[in-house]
Design a protein around this ligand. Structure first.
Ligand code: M6R
Length: 623
């Protein structure tokens, strides 16, 4: 939540900052702003609204020049999205500016203390309080005569560290000051921040997309790291220490991967990438020789995996839906009981967890605050935690004991699509591996591998029906309520279909196990409430079909996601979208694709901003 970029070098900072903010806008788009050191003076521009409607227009009218600058795109936590509440914020003296991602929980008491000392505030934000606190600590250093550019800890970094010692909460923060125009300071706790190392230029950013155009060499800051950047150097410390450790990594994707290409929206691009992203998730992990799957990064021996007698999976949103598919997969293939928890509930629930329980967290971003907190809670209790994660080097990937990367490339559309399919692919491989360690036959293992191998081509076949799916979407675009139904493996798919539609088109939608409708929700059905039923030709086909008849009997329009070859269904429902035949356990990987496209086309037809749906942000780094 909230995107941050900072630049120090020889180039003009503003264009780099605005370009970076555009690439980060999926992290929040309530307002955006920048601060540049122009001839040694701080110049700020900030405005409510999306970048191209606010900040970029403002900056065009009144540009600022200078080679040190930083910017912020906001997802509001404290205070409405207004010009005043937009970042950057200045300290009391107006000589220090900060941008911040996170929440300063004790900002109210800090603000009162500062007000008692004569500070006045222009915004309602916790960030402005932090800016004032840094200014206050800087003034104390000045008073004590401790302002020396060549000090072991740079005075701007020292003031930042002193302020952060008093701040309770989370931060990814960048600080610049008129007093030190050749320096930029960054610090993190709980909110991501990375250093980009260039040639005679350095960067700070909340994620790699913002800077991959300029450099691929990065350092992922750890909690409590504080970094001082000059254009040709950097120094790593921690909030409490004068030295810090770091590791330089390479960003694993190219700048083009974070571009929209010829697609109208990132979401559509990401939907169409799925044949490739499934291949990426499978690459090197299918072992036909042993009819199993293998992973490089689990960091667990076969004996340790064999000893597991329960699995708890925690996640949020779409990743939680993938976890539910994982529950069916692991229980069927490996006969290990699985519990799926909302990460936000798990961490505060005093759930008794047995000794031999493996914890798995699933997350696209690797930064979701609730999921991270759940991971830490599991680790605190002494459990091994594996992560299934997309963003390399993210906090969750680093803090887990081992894991599986999705290699899906950057997912920029706020509505998650390719990450879900890759998560389910990874879970299928994991379930297969766990099954083969226990009781799954060689023959079944081979069947599953063959079915997985066919998935990219089968997804492509569904994508080829895009025009037909769009036609169906246009038919239902003005409805106010939708139901999505599925059984077993396809129940989580129904939940995911409903979430996709809600978040990008603002149509009320609910997902249910098909048989649950008659226990209450069916009361909602009328001729204007369509129901999308995931209805593969499987062992429960007749049962699910009966549920569909119950909807039809109440005049509800019906759309079936059916298996190719089922010609009978076309006569029974209003619309049908076919997916290729596969095993039951693989069907979610196919059935979800038409639901993604259906939501996308409905949202576009309703003129919604698909990639930046209202009230949402891509990576939810607050609790
Ligand atoms: O990055 P994560 O997978 O941890 O994110 C979890 C949810 O915030 C995310 O899936 C959210 O529900 C998406 N907007 C769904 O499209």
């Amino acid at each position: 939540m909230c995107g941050i970029i900072g630049y120090i070098g020889k180039q003009q900072a503003s264009p780099i900052v605005i370009d970076g903010l555009r690439r980060l806008e999926y992290r929040g788009y309530d307002s955006a702003g920048l601060a540049v050191l122009a001839d040694g003076k701080l110049a700020t521009r900030k405005r409510k609204g999306k970048i191209d409607e606010g900040l970029a227009v403002l900056h065009k009218q009144s540009p600022v020049t200078g080679t040190v600058g930083m910017g912020h795109t906001r997802w509001a936590t404290h205070g409405l999205p207004t010009d005043e509440n937009s970042h950057p914020h200045l300290d009391q003296s107006g000589r220090i500016a900060i941008v911040h991602n996170g929440v300063i929980e004790n900002y109210d008491s800090l603000r009162k203390k500062l007000e008692a000392k004569g500070h006045t505030f222009k915004s309602e934000t916790d960030t402005e309080v932090l800016a004032h606190l840094i200014g206050e600590r800087y003034a104390a250093l000045e008073k004590a005569g401790h302002i020396k550019e060549n000090a072991a800890t740079h005075p701007l970094a020292q003031a930042t560290k002193d302020a952060l010692k008093d701040a309770v909460g989370t931060y990814g923060v960048v600080v610049i000051s008129e007093m030190h125009p050749g320096v930029m300071v960054g610090a993190r706790r709980g909110s991501p921040l990375i250093v980009g190392i260039g040639n005679d230029e350095n960067f700070l950013a909340s994620d790699a997309n913002a800077i991959v155009n300029y450099t691929k060499r990065v350092i992922y800051l750890k909690d409590y790291d504080v970094v001082t950047l000059w254009e040709d150097n950097f120094k790593m410390e921690t909030v409490s220490d004068n030295s810090g450790s770091y590791q330089i990594s390479d960003i694993e994707f190219d700048a083009e991967a974070a571009d929209k290409g010829d697609f109208d929206h990132y979401m559509l691009k990401e939907i169409f990438e799925q044949p490739q992203t499934v291949k990426n998730a499978l690459r090197g992990r299918m072992d036909f020789e042993e009819s199993t799957a293998k992973f490089g990064g689990l960091n667990m021996s076969v004996a340790e995996l064999r000893a597991i007698d329960k699995i708890v999976i925690t996640a949020c949103g779409t990743s939680w839906h993938a976890a539910l598919v994982g529950e069916y997969l692991i229980e069927e293939m490996a006969h290990i009981p699985v519990e799926v928890e909302y990460a936000s509930e798990y961490r505060y629930r005093n759930a008794p967890i047995d000794k031999n329980t493996l914890c798995i967290v699933i997350t696209q971003s690797g930064e979701t605050a609730d999921t991270l907190a759940g991971l830490r809670e599991s680790k605190r209790r002494g459990h091994t935690v594996l992560s299934i994660c997309n963003v390399v080097g993210s906090t969750i990937a680093r803090e887990s004991d081992g894991g599986i990367y999705l290699h899906a490339g950057p997912e920029i559309g706020v509505a998650s699509t390719k990450a879900f399919v890759s998560q389910v692919t990874a879970l299928t491989l994991f379930a297969l591996m766990m099954g083969r360690i226990r009781m799954l036959s060689n023959r079944r293992g081979t069947q599953i591998l063959k079915a997985l191998e066919a998935v990219p081509g089968q997804i492509q076949k569904i994508l080829d029906q895009n025009d037909e799916i769009r036609r169906i979407a246009l038919k239902y675009k003005d409805c106010h309520n939708f139901f999505f139904l599925g059984r077993q493996y396809n129940f989580p798919v129904a939940l995911e279909g409903a979430l996709k539609l809600k978040e990008i088109s603002y149509i009320h939608a609910e997902g249910y196990p098909a048989a649950e409708m008659k226990h209450g929700p069916i009361a909602m059905i009328d001729e204007n409430t369509p129901t999308v039923v995931v209805l593969p030709t499987d062992a429960l086909y007749e049962k699910t079909y009966s549920n569909l008849e119950e909807i039809k009997a109440r005049k509800g329009p019906t759309v079936a996601i059916a298996t190719e070859g089922n010609t009978h269904i076309a006569e029974k429902v209003d619309d049908v979208i076919y997916v290729p035949e596969t095993w039951e356990c693989i069907n979610p990987l196919l059935a979800v694709i038409p639901l993604q496209l259906l939501s996308y086309h409905i949202a576009v037809a309703r003129e919604c901003d698909v990639d930046k749906p209202r009230n949402l942000a891509k990576s939810v780094t607050v609790e």
